[in-house]
Design a binder for this molecule. Structure first.
Ligand code: FAQ
Length: 309
């Protein structure tokens, strides 16, 4: 046992990958299942806020882009469920956990999308935050998760750019369109900062996950990186970020910014956000409506096996 643990620790220290058949501490396995399942659920639930605009996109071009993006999110969810399955859990069990409220998904997807500008702002800010968080995860210590992240990040970059390009177009449009963009930025800025999780002092999992190199940066480090990246982009776009404390700190060489409302994050995580019930109910209905597809696939597989035997 000591030898196995030593081998595991040496592999992590050398920045080599732990693979599914390698021995790993039970806590490491559990942490990975928790984080990767939460990540997969976020991708799948994350299809809903923007998906609501597919039938109402203002042009064929915008509709094609949005369809492709939402389909990519389904694909990301599937890679991530597959990565979780290498740790010995079953995807159907994870889906049950999600719809029973036993596993979390990102707080950000519990906010509504009342205007088409929200599609652009989700691309710019939400995918922007996702990229900040996920690029370092390409170097996470668990091989299947790290490899899944490489493709996910490439696709997220396209998502972020399509969002920014949509906003640029709206900002060149009418006064009403510019106001729609500003209103959307006002609603999404603080929830986007909350995507990085609670502050480090209040994050029970960070220290352990950093030691195991599952996480490569702390929540606050990534949040700062996101703020530093977003401020010049907001200036170029011509929108105001809704934080009066936001200002460049020459000494730190970073932007100072205000404190997100951590009570709101806790509320949303614990199920009391604007759209939690609706998101989970939608997922439950889709899962139930899709039961016949799963049954048909199983029956087909059994029949083929019978024929082959
Ligand atoms: N929402 O100790 P920590 C996307 C939970 S991107 C909900 O700091 P940890 C792309 C946390 O799970 C979004 N729950 O936890 C896309 C823990 O709960 P537990 C998904 C949150 O794990 C874009 C507790 O609070 N990305 O989907 C949140 O070390 C556009 C204590 O927190 C990922 O999942 C939150 N915001 O750090 C799709 C990235 N924050 O289980 C569609 C991978 C914290 O102990 C459209 N995950 N919690 O009861 C991570 O990097 C980490 O898991 C963190 C949290 C940073 C999210």
């Amino acid at each position: 046992m000591d030898e196995l643990l030593e081998h595991f620790e040496r592999t992590v220290e050398r920045d080599q990958r732990i693979e599914p058949r390698d021995w790993m501490p039970e806590g490491y396995r559990k942490t990975l299942i928790r984080q990767i399942a939460q990540h997969a659920h976020s991708e799948i639930i994350g299809m809903q806020p923007e998906g609501a605009w597919i039938t109402r996109a203002p042009s064929l071009r915008r509709k094609a882009i949005l369809l492709a993006k939402v389909q990519d999110e389904a694909g990301h969810g599937l890679y991530l469920y597959a990565a979780t399955e290498t740790l010995g859990v079953d995807r159907s069990e994870l889906t049950e956990n999600l719809i029973e409220g036993k596993q979390k998904y990102s707080s950000i997807f519990n906010y509504p999308t009342p205007s088409f500008a929200d599609v652009g702002v989700i691309g710019w800010l939400v995918d922007g935050a996702a990229i900040c968080n996920q690029v370092p995860l390409c170097r996470t210590s668990y091989g299947p998760y790290a490899r899944a992240m490489i493709r996910v990040c490439k696709e997220e970059s396209f998502h972020q750019r399509q969002g920014y390009e949509l906003l640029m177009t709206m900002m060149r449009g009418s006064k009403a369109q510019r106001e729609m963009v500003q209103d959307s930025v006002n609603r999404w800025w603080w929830p986007s900062l909350m995507m990085f999780g609670p502050p480090d002092g209040d994050s029970p999992n960070t220290a352990r996950s950093m030691a195991w190199r599952i996480k490569r940066h702390t929540n606050d480090e990534l949040r700062q990186k996101f703020v530093d990246m977003s401020v010049p982009q907001a200036e170029k776009l011509g929108v105001t970020l809704p934080d009066p404390e936001l200002k460049w700190n020459a000494e730190r060489e970073h932007y100072d910014f205000g404190e997100p409302d951590w009570a709101e994050l806790k509320r949303v995580i614990s199920g009391d956000g604007a759209c939690n019930a609706e998101r989970v109910e939608h997922r439950r209905r889709a899962h139930e409506d899709g039961a016949w597809v799963r049954e048909a696939a199983l029956a087909h597989a059994a029949k083929k096996k019978g024929v082959a035997a």
